[in-house]
Design a protein around this ligand. Structure first.
Ligand code: COA
Ligand code: AMP
Length: 638
């Protein structure tokens, strides 16, 4: 590429070279990471479809996120800001201060017997201790597994059961705008439900609600007293060693443990922060997700700290804490250069402040771009944010599995690099070879919808496998089309390579940017003694993108009157809240006579969803009894 290439041409060339010669591209990117042993081999494909990036490299991710910045002159720069309107506090830590806390907590974990490769489950609200714990694990080579606070004990138990942690780190409570959520009873119940028993639980006592500590419980503050613990040094790990396991929802009730390696992830995230999100060392960035989700792992914790930037950890909501100007207030107060949230958060803000009257109350002159991800960015929301913020509003498409964007329009110092096309997150970025395939595995022409797939190998930072389950990794993602990763999303690519993601082709729900499993909700409903069978579908919702709706068939002989049925419906709503968590947001349950199925017994969820959304679906020819579906139409449309 000639030196007078435009930034657009240079980026397009980078994307092309990353596919033509991935080894050369990622070898270059890996230079921004401090290695203990610099990898000589970039990609090991001997065991395809199991690919390994930087197989002979060793490093420590915590060293790269903290120590090296302290060594290279950023000791006094703010690393982390905890902005917590729900507790009325804003606190910050420099890189040197955060390093001290992380090294001490790493010492605590070490003294509790946590070693390299051992798991630590983290069930914490949006408090700095969550970041400290994650980095402390990385420091000693332990594998963290963070569980989102909005999940109920059964979901936490499933993750404890699978990850088999030595230690669980949790808190006395979380704080939602309308209530204090006691975490400790949920943790105790989860451990009681699990066949695996952690050796210790470290509990952060919060002043809003303290809890009693049991035999295996230890108090965070006492353990962290400088006299009680010696700081731990960084342990060298292989680039291919797991940094974390993050569970995500598939279609069944059993969550999938997405494994993240250490070296590939560090390289990809460091590259993405500057080259895609346009954030440079020393700058401040706001990511309004939760550390329990992949966006929080990658862009609250790892990417900004690997970059030497300042990251804001927000314990609040986009609306109601105290108002729909919370993001704008934080951007102004902390001089953030870019912000990242989910479209649903913007829809919530727009609903409360339709004319964006709270925007001019804050000085947003530092802001260069707003990034949105987690669900489809509808053009109305995009337009509203673009009009009122006056900066590029950039959609980006990715998944827990990939760890960083697949398709995005990168932002440089002069704004978005490529044309923004509302409805599309942009073209595939470096390392991702996106193809749209039909049922026979043939590539479809530009503009035609199909299954969005990624040609193997996936770039660094993406999942190498599922936690201790290579077989499920292959059957879930790699077996549909030989040589491709199946994203689970449907959509198309236009003539210019812009990807359009139209929604899941499986039964995974996306509620307010939160990924939920139909299977988990259905299992909770099916556990009710009156339920013979049930189906959950995700229907379109103006605020949350989708909300779940349940249809249940009662056991024969159970025929409640109107009041009895209302009681039963409430019991089912309560059951899902108790078993899956409040985040499931199930409000509507309908009792029906039968569910529409194919002749082989598969429930036609997608057809029902399309009817509920007001579309006219093609009814599959394999339907067992079309009268059942016709009978349901008024209920679904109601
Ligand atoms: N701990 C305990 N409960 C939680 C929780 C947590 N960490 N997070 C959410 N909940 C509860 C909420 O209090 C709510 O309970 P309620 O039914 O008693 O009101 C329920 O789970 C649903 O929460 P939520 O989906 O957040 O809906 P909401 O109506 O409270 O708020 C939004 C709507 C749009 C403001 C909110 O969903 C939001 O901020 N979304 C951004 C999503 C996001 O960042 N996603 C990450 C991907 S990028
Ligand atoms: P999660 O693994 O929780 O990040 O959810 C990933 C899923 O969310 C994807 O498979 C998509 O269905 C959806 N998703 C995330 N980002 C986008 C986006 N920018 N556009 C459309 N869908 C998205």
């Amino acid at each position: 590429m000639s030196s007078d290439a435009t930034p657009q041409q240079a980026y397009r060339a980078q994307v092309a070279s990353s596919l033509a010669d991935p080894r050369a591209f990622w070898e270059q990117a890996a230079r921004d990471i401090d290695w203990i042993h610099r990898p000589r081999e970039v990609l090991d494909d001997a065991d395809a479809p199991f690919y390994r990036w930087f197989p002979d490299g060793t490093l420590n991710v915590c060293y790269n996120a903290l120590d090296r910045h302290v060594v290279h002159g950023r000791a006094d720069q703010t690393a982390l800001v905890h902005d917590s309107p729900v507790t009325g506090t804003v606190r910050s830590w420099t890189y040197a201060e955060l390093l001290d806390l992380v090294a001490r907590f790493a010492g605590v974990l070490r003294d509790l017997g946590v070693g390299r490769g051992d798991r630590v489950v983290v069930y914490l609200p949006m408090v700095p201790e969550a970041v400290i714990t994650m980095l402390a694990c990385a420091r000693i080579g332990a594998v963290h597994s963070v569980v989102f606070g909005g999940f109920a004990p059964a979901e936490l138990a499933a993750r404890i059961e699978d990850a088999r942690p030595t230690v669980v780190v949790s808190a006395s409570c979380g704080i939602e705008p309308t209530r204090v959520v006691p975490y400790k009873p949920m943790l105790d119940e989860a451990i009681a439900r699990s066949s695996h028993q952690p050796e210790h639980c470290v509990i952060l006592q919060r002043e809003q609600l303290t809890c009693e500590l049991g035999e295996r419980d230890l108090d965070w503050a006492s353990l962290m007293h400088p006299d009680a613990v010696a700081p731990a040094a960084c342990v060298p790990v292989r680039a291919t060693d797991p940094l974390y396991v993050l569970y995500t929802s598939g279609t069944t009730g059993r969550p999938k443990g997405i494994v993240r390696d250490s070296g590939g992830y560090a390289v990809a995230l460091r590259w993405s922060m500057t080259h895609l999100y346009g954030v440079r060392p020393g700058e401040t960035w706001l990511c309004g997700s939760d550390v329990g989700w992949v966006v929080g792992h990658s862009y609250i914790v790892y990417a900004p700290l690997l970059t030497g930037a300042t990251t804001i950890l927000f314990e609040g909501k986009p609306v109601g804490t105290p108002d729909a100007g919370a993001y704008w207030r934080m951007i102004a107060q902390h001089r953030a250069v870019a912000a990242f949230t989910a479209p649903t958060a913007i829809r919530a803000i727009k609903k409360q402040d339709p004319h964006a009257e709270l925007v001019p109350a804050h000085d947003l002159s530092s802001l260069r771009a707003l990034f949105l991800a987690g669900e489809r960015l509808d053009p109305d929301t995009w337009r509203w944010a673009s009009d009122h913020l006056g900066v590029p509003v950039v959609d980006n498409w990715w998944q827990t599995e990939t760890g960083w964007p697949i398709a995005i329009n990168p932002v440089g110092p002069d704004g978005a690099l490529l044309d923004i096309r509302p409805g599309s997150p942009g073209p595939a970025t470096v390392g991702y070879d996106v193809r749209v395939l039909d049922e026979r595995g043939e590539e479809v022409p530009a503009g035609t919808e199909g299954a969005i797939c990624l040609r193997l190998p996936l770039p660094p930072g993406t999942l190498p496998t599922l936690w201790q389950d290579d077989e499920r990794y292959v059957s879930s993602y790699l077996s549909a089309y030989d040589g491709y990763y199946l994203s689970g999303d449907g959509g198309y690519v236009d003539e210019d390579g812009y990807v359009y993601v139209m929604g899941r082709t499986d039964d995974v729900l996306n509620v307010a940017g939160h990924r939920l499993s139909t299977g988990a909700l259905e299992e909770a409903l099916a556990g009710h003694p009156a339920v013979a069978e049930c189906a959950v579908i995700g229907v379109a919702d103006d605020l949350k993108g989708q909300v779940p709706r349940a249809l249940v068939v009662l056991k024969s002989g159970i025929d409640p009157d109107e009041a009895g049925e209302a009681r039963l419906r409430q019991e089912l709503v309560d059951r899902v809240r108790a078993e899956v968590g409040p985040v499931a947001s199930l409000r509507q349950v309908d009792v029906v006579d039968a569910l529409p199925k194919t002749r082989s017994g598969k429930i036609l969820r997608r057809t029902m969803r399309q009817i509920a959304d007001g579309d006219t679906p093609m009814v599959p020819s394999t339907i067992e009894d079309v009268a059942v579906l016709d009978g349901l139409r008024p209920v679904l449309r109601g």
